[in-house]
Ligand binder design. Structure first.
Ligand code: NCD
Length: 325
């Protein structure tokens, strides 16, 4: 497996399946009375968040702690980042502190790749969401959640029909999910108004639909996306009411879904806009489960990237060679 996890493209099919299988094993820890393994004792994991986050940051923190790693939370607010310190200087500081893994969320697409490519640090870089580009661990936890709900007789995700609905244009979750679900053999349909589909979407391995009713009825999974107002400088649809009527998941559409089909959302949700409260809280919704599964999947990613690898030795060598602050 690659040292970094920047994109789903860093993973082969076998890597992805290994992460999901490992997560299933590690999930057992979450059900045990003592939720801890000594695997990453002595390792340092840094949460470097330049953008707001609730679920992802807490989930990575819980995952690292359950593997006994030391966790340093570093958010842009309240640190020298808000004084304009560069990504390079931040990386050099983290290197000097002996970070074995840096989990980075950044508003700019490609920031995690820059951190990894420049070799400012010797540790692993894990992308926790970069701009509108990718969010690989979210896609992995989504695939993990879908796998847990496979029908009897169905071994994997191949042939499964997944609809991804809404603001695809601004969604790193959609990009990572398209790549991963396709790799795992699922058939993905994107449902969105044309204004919320990215340029070049024709070359993605997906089907595209502009109406939700037909698609919800035949899907095994309906994954709703948040309308990302913070990334919208312009108007992408006439009104929220209009969007909700055409592309929102509501009680009527929920009734059109197959009884075994799943409702998913990466959170945070705009209840009443892309998803109605009754759909979000329905029996078919696995939204809360997605959050719980996120911890197991992130444990698996940290375990596979850090566990047993010679990173510590490498780190201490670099640190003794040159201490840079
Ligand atoms: C997503 C994100 O930040 O990209 N949320 C998450 O990680 N749980 C999706 C979103 O913000 O809509």
């Amino acid at each position: 497996m690659n040292r970094h996890l920047l994109s789903i493209n860093d993973l082969t099919y076998e890597d992805a399946v290994l992460i999901l299988d490992t997560a299933a094993e590690l999930a057992k820890i979450s059900d045990a009375p003592v939720k801890k393994l000594p695997t990453l004792r002595g390792r340092t994991v840094v949460n470097l968040f330049f953008e707001d986050s609730t679920r992802t940051r807490i989930s990575f923190e819980a995952a690292a702690k359950r593997l006994s790693a030391d966790v340093i939370n570093f958010s842009a607010k309240g640190s020298s980042l808000s004084k304009g310190e560069s990504l390079k200087d931040t990386a050099l500081t983290l290197q000097a502190m002996g970070a074995d893994a840096v989990i980075i969320r950044h508003g700019a697409s490609g920031a995690p790749a820059r951190l990894a490519d420049q070799q400012w640090m010797t540790g692993s870089v894990i992308n926790a969401g970069d701009g509108t580009h990718e969010h690989p661990t979210q896609a992995l936890l989504d695939a993990f959640t879908i796998r847990k709900h496979l029908r009897p007789g169905q071994k994997d995700l191949s042939g499964l029909k997944v609809a991804i609905v809404g603001d695809v244009l601004h969604s790193r979750v959609a990009r990572s999910n398209v790549l991963l679900l396709h790799k795992l053999g699922a058939i993905v349909t994107l449902v969105a108004p044309p204004t919320l589909l990215p340029v070049g979407v024709e070359s993605w391995p997906v089907e595209i639909a502009f109406g939700l009713d037909l698609v919800v009825a035949k899907s095994d999974v309906v994954m709703m996306l948040r309308i990302q107002r913070e990334r919208m400088a312009d108007l992408f649809f006439p009104s929220e009411r209009e969007y909700s009527r055409q592309f929102g998941l509501n009680g009527d559409r929920l009734k059109m879904m197959q009884p075994t089909a799943l409702v998913m959302h990466p959170g945070p949700m705009n209840r009443g806009l892309e998803i109605s409260a009754d759909s979000a809280d329905s029996l078919q919704s696995v939204i809360v489960e997605q959050v719980a599964n996120g911890v197991s999947v992130r444990m698996a990613v940290l375990y596979l990237l850090l566990g047993g690898s010679p990173l510590s030795a490498e780190n201490s060598k670099v640190l003794s060679d040159k201490v840079v602050i």
